[in-house]
Design a protein around this ligand. Structure first.
Ligand code: TPP
Length: 632
């Protein structure tokens, strides 16, 4: 339609010819398109709505073909995708084979750096700035980082080196006072300082007047002081912090005023002698009332009705693993005052918001600081508390050394509740929790549990808290199996359960694959007239060796299935043990799990189907032992 400016954009360079009014109209159209598509596909709505004007301003001032624009976390990149050649594919956002929800170098030449985890942008940008200088190139490098992402250590490591290297670099701080929940920490207090008081403005004028009056050098001094107003302002605004790190500071700037953004971006681009930080204030969820009024809820959403913002009614009635975990933790903390809950900026995502409500004095949100969260927990544990670190599998990757060095090496009883373990779905490759078994099971002293359902999750949590040792439990994203919740009980160490008795084939199913394995076994019973055994080890470490030995000796065929990488995962653990004990001779073997490749985005079901860990793939694998087709 001719009236749609957005549909006329084939290349971002067209934006340079747009008037301010046209850019404002375009901002409205972009918001509409984002709401339309995200209401179908789900996605990171509020972050993307908040940076529409910033995206337009950056693309109209810079040349994204030459200049490197790097988004931190990358969850706010939807407007950028729409304007950089991906408009026509935008409806496929986050679907199998469609556009990723995050920037990816293999998706577009405009995506200069791939991302999904937070706080990497300044480091990557600085590396690119150095590469530019070494190659004698002239382009700009920009990192756009949120105030939430700025709480992470890596962001400060980047700022620290950038100030030291003094290379040309623009860091745009997108400050909306929100992480997923309200931002936390002393830094957020610094950022909220404003340059509003009259006396500050007045003193600035007086200082400038005084400087100008100095003979010979006065004008020059005033110019320096004026460069901008910014340097001066920095004493009274968050700028002080950044100036101390040898950044020039500009801001704060209204992040929804395109003209002002363009002016200040140009100002930032003119700084030749070192890094500059442009502080932009935005409203998360801007322009869509439900998201503006509840940015936490609309940070990341499933499908919803665009007119109201209400979720599309889901068929899933069962509570999620996350919810069951959160409620059980509250239940346990009522009786045990030594339990402390820790999250790294994900109170809602990990279900610890329930704990925050009931025991605010025993709840800590560290900000996006997974490494700090783990060592902080170790400190609490060293002084007699029982810290529970609730964290997504993919983000715990950040804390590998802290788990090894601060927790396990000192035998400290920290409980890791690892949510989103396994394939997570639409967030894709950066977010799948597929490595945790492999990166935890080799750490001496670590205990590792994989509850098969929500009931077992509760028992595992009680067990972990009673261990007096480091322990992790991993459970998947999404709803449980709807099993009836039993009274809590502690589990015996290194004992699994035969959940389906049978013969000839033993299926070793780990965590959320146990129920599908049981369904598969029932199918095989119908087709082949015998029932394979389904064994749930519950413990990945220490393994239930005794039971495994017995089982293996009773069958000829061993099938393993797990929602995690095959390399170093659960089946690896069992096979290592069996090989060491010489128990594998004459056995037919098959392993189902995630192969040695990064898995893309799609629904959880599609992805499990793709890697072959769903019920019918398990059934087929059993049938294969007998060279029979499952026909399912
Ligand atoms: C290492 C890591 N931990 C946690 C997350 C989950 N996460 C995604 S966005 C986000 C909040 C980011 O806040 P901010 O940078 O201020 O951006 P905003 O969403 O407010 O635009 C968090 C915690 C992540 N992506 N990476």
């Amino acid at each position: 339609m001719a009236s749609s400016l957005l549909d006329s954009i084939e290349h971002p360079r067209q934006l340079k010819g747009f008037s301010r009014e046209e850019l404002v109209q375009l901002a409205g159209e972009i918001r509409q398109r984002i709401v339309d598509v995200v209401s179908h596909n789900g996605g990171h709505l509020a972050p993307s709505l908040g940076v529409v004007e910033l995206t337009l301003a950056m693309l109209s001032v810079f040349d994204p073909e030459q200049d490197c624009l790097i988004w931190d976390v990358g969850h706010q990149c939807y407007a950028y995708k729409l304007l950089t050649g991906r408009r026509e594919r935008f409806a496929s956002l986050r679907t199998l084979g469609g556009l990723s929800g995050f920037p990816r170098r293999d998706e577009s030449p405009f995506d200069h750096f791939g991302v999904g985890h937070s706080s990497t942008s300044i480091s990557a940008a600085l590396g690119m700035a150095m590469a530019r200088d070494l190659k004698g190139e002239k382009h700009h490098v920009l990192a756009v980082i949120g105030d939430g992402a700025l709480t992470a250590g890596e962001a400060f490591e980047g700022l620290n080196l950038a100030g030291h290297m003094a290379r040309r670099l623009i860091v745009v701080l997108n400050d909306n006072e929100m992480s997923i929940s309200s931002n936390v920490g002393a830094l957020s207090l610094v950022l909220s300082r404003t340059f509003s008081s009259q006396w500050v403005r007045k003193s600035r004028q007086e200082v400038l007047r005084f400087l100008r009056s100095i003979p010979h050098i006065g004008e020059k001094l005033a110019l320096y002081a004026q460069r901008g107003e910014w340097s001066f302002k920095s004493f009274f605004t968050p700028g002080m912090l950044f100036e101390a790190l040898h950044f020039s500071y500009i801001g704060p700037v209204d992040g929804h005023d395109i003209a002002s953004l363009q002016k200040h971006l140009q100002m930032a681009a003119s700084v030749e002698d070192g890094p500059v930080l442009l502080h932009v204030r935005t409203i998360k969820g801007k322009g869509y009332a439900p998201a503006e009024s509840n940015p936490t809820k609309y940070h990341g959403v499933g499908s919803f009705l665009p007119e109201t913002g209400l979720p599309v009614a889901s068929k899933k009635h069962f509570p999620s693993f996350t919810k069951v975990f959160g409620e059980t933790l509250v239940e346990l903390a009522r009786q045990d005052p030594s339990i402390v809950a820790i999250t790294a900026a994900m109170p809602e995502g990990t279900g610890t918001s329930a704990f925050r409500e009931h025991f605010p004095e025993r709840f800590v949100d560290t900000g996006i600081c997974e490494q700090h969260a783990v060592t902080f927990a170790a400190g609490l544990a060293a002084r007699g508390f029982k810290p529970v670190v609730a964290i997504y599998s993919t983000f715990l990757q950040r804390s590998y050394d802290q788990v090894v060095h601060d927790v396990c090496l000192q035998h400290l009883p920290v409980t890791f509740c690892i949510d989103r373990a396994g394939l997570v779905g639409e967030d894709g490759a950066t977010h799948h929790g597929m490595f945790d078994i492999a990166y935890l099971r080799h750490i001496p002293g670590m205990h590792l549990l994989a509850p098969r359902d929500e009931n077992m999750l509760r028992h595992c949590l009680v067990t972990a808290l009673g261990l007096q040792a480091p322990c992790a439990l991993r459970y998947p994203r999404g709803v449980g199996f709807g099993v009836e919740l039993e009274p809590l009980r502690s589990l015996a160490l290194a004992r699994g359960e035969i959940v389906l008795a049978g013969e000839r084939v033993a299926i070793f199913a780990c965590g959320n694959r146990v129920h599908p394995a049981m369904e598969a076994a029932m199918f095989v019973r119908q087709k082949l007239g015998f029932t394979p055994i389904v064994f749930d080890p519950i413990w990945i470490k220490p393994l239930p060796c005794e039971q495994i030995r017995e089982l293996v000796q009773s069958v000829d065929c061993l099938l393993f299935v797990e929602d995690g990488v095959l390399a170093g995962g659960f089946s690896s653990a069992v096979l290592e043990m069996l090989a060491d004990e010489g128990l594998l001779a004459g056995k037919a073997l098959r392993r189902l799990g995630i192969p040695d490749t990064f898995v893309e985005h799609g629904t959880q079901l599609e992805l499990r189907e793709m890697v072959g860990i769903r019920g019918h793939a398990i059934a087929q694998a059993v049938m294969d032992f007998f060279e029979r087709k499952a026909e399912v």
